[in-house]
Design a protein around this ligand. Structure first.
Ligand SMILES: C[S@@+](CC[C@H](N)C(=O)[O-])C[C@H]1O[C@@H](n2cnc3c(N)ncnc32)[C@H](O)[C@@H]1O
Length: 265
């Protein structure tokens, strides 16, 4: 590991970078309908998830939310989404899966302001907050959803403990994310030690690669039009453009993308 990589892997440094990056991104994307910040998901053959015309442009990103959230029936449940980003997943789940309530939380204050203006849906509220210090009493939710965000948290085990704390008995944690190979062992150990039982887990790397392919043209246009030149390579990674470091790492197994359903007893 280079000195720079070692510096970037320090928890507090990583946290500071993500804290700056996402508000910056929200500002740069102003005026665009960028409701999702994930790498997307597509099965082979495509599952043909029915979507309304307004959701169709976001099909591949919605499919990742569908894959994660449909692991349990959310009807009538109180749901928390940690790291809701620009709120596209939260809005789609509330409109299609009928939870009793849905709270979207994110560290990015600009993102939360965007969500409050863009997604006015009955039963859906947004809140600024930290995944590692959830601002809710014990046993507040029936399900917690977390999509492609935990790689940003400096202390992943602490996040898992917080999820277990805010879940009611019998509640579920619906989770998907990626790690590079240098963090496989640490990630696996944290998952194995989580204070919740694993109901199911899946490697979804192939589906995420197809999702990246599906979104490639739009992602490339956004990177070129919205980011300054010196950030194009970082933007290509962030958007998962074919040929980017992240895309190639997923192809070669240097990066793993997985999903889980946990249950707390
Ligand atoms: C790749 S985006 C995914 C957003 C959303 N889940 C989606 O799929 O569109 C990661 C998100 O994690 C949020 N995040 C990073 N660190 C966080 C923290 N400590 N607590 C809460 N959210 C955090 C970022 O602000 C960003 O919105």
């Amino acid at each position: 590991m280079s000195l720079l990589e070692r510096f970037l892997s320090i928890g507090i440094v990583r946290k500071a970078i993500w804290r700056l990056w996402y508000p910056f991104l929200t500002r740069r994307l102003r005026g665009e309908e960028v409701l999702f910040l994930n790498y997307a998901f597509e099965t082979e053959p495509p599952a043909g998830l029915p979507l309304s015309p307004e959701d169709e442009p976001n099909r591949a990103c919605i499919q990742l939310y569908h894959h994660v959230a449909s692991q349990v029936d959310l009807r009538g449940k109180d749901v928390l989404e940690v790291s809701c980003g620009h709120g596209g997943g939260a809005s789609w789940i509330v409109r299609t899966m009928q939870p009793a309530s849905y709270t979207g939380l994110d560290l990015n204050p600009a993102g939360i302001r965007f969500c409050e203006q863009r997604h006015q849906v009955a039963g859906l509220t947004f809140l600024q907050g930290d995944a590692q210090k959830l601002p809710f009493p014990d046993g507040s939710f029936d399900a917690v959803i977390n999509v492609e965000a935990s790689h940003c948290y400096p202390d992943f085990p602490r996040f898992l403990a917080e999820v277990a704390r805010v879940l009611r008995r019998g509640g579920h944690f619906l989770y998907a994310d990626f790690r590079f190979s240098d963090l496989f062992a640490e990630w696996d150990a944290a998952i194995a030690a989580a204070p919740m039982a694993i109901v199911q887990s899946r490697d979804i790397g192939a589906e995420v690669l197809r999702g990246m392919d599906r979104n490639a043209a739009r992602s490339m246009a956004l990177v070129r039009e919205r980011l300054p030149g010196f950030l194009h390579s970082l933007g290509a990674d962030f958007a998962g453009l074919p040929g980017s470091r992240v895309y190639v790492a997923l192809q070669t197994g240097e990066l793993r993308y997985s999903s889980w359903c946990f249950r707390i007893s």
